[in-house]
Design a binder for this molecule. Sequence first.
Ligand SMILES: C[S@@+](CC[C@H](N)C(=O)[O-])C[C@H]1O[C@@H](n2cnc3c(N)ncnc32)[C@H](O)[C@@H]1O
Length: 187
Amino acid sequence: MLSKIMTDNAHFLIQEAIKEREPASLIAIDATMGNGMDLCFLAQCPNIGRVIGFDIQSQAVAASYEKVKAFGSKVELILNTHAELLHYVQEVDVVMFNLGYLPHGSKNCTTQKESSLKAIQAALKCLNPQGIMTIITYPGHEEGKREHEAIQEYLSTKLPAQFLVLQMISCNVKGQCPVLFMIRHQS
Ligand SMILES: C[S@@+](CC[C@H](N)C(=O)[O-])C[C@H]1O[C@@H](n2cnc3c(N)ncnc32)[C@H](O)[C@@H]1O
């Protein structure tokens, strides 16, 4: 329920950020494809002309493919870690990270602090002016908490002034609640 609220809000923020942009002019990354819901959302945005999805699990790539195959060459699926994203893309306008483990999949295969931070830094490097990035963290499990704290520390203290960071969190469900970060490149 809470994760759906955060995901819906991430979609809303992205839609608002890109609604005035030229049709099919933007490049988007789904850094954690999972079951392909976010990937499908990005593929359906008319202002987005190219979507690149990453996941390290072949079952996630297969599930995502089923959701987006109708979009043809607009969507590229990559079975690799998002930490390597600069090998595939040099500029991007929209980036989504929905961290944690595959819903209904193995809880042992969850995103990790080190590679998530590396991927976020790589994505910020190639985020175009006016670009938007959303990150949902899940501090309710052990690795998720470690990852959340490292990302929060990084986003609060290490970003240059051209990036604005907002954070959405429940004020009465702390601990188990997913957290949504939105980063805008303001230049
Ligand atoms: C919460 S799920 C993503 C949900 C998804 N966006 C959706 O719409 O269904 C997190 C995904 O991150 C993937 N993942 C874990 N480590 C990764 C990494 N280093 N690079 C890319 N994906 C990773 C997992 O395999 C899992 O499928």
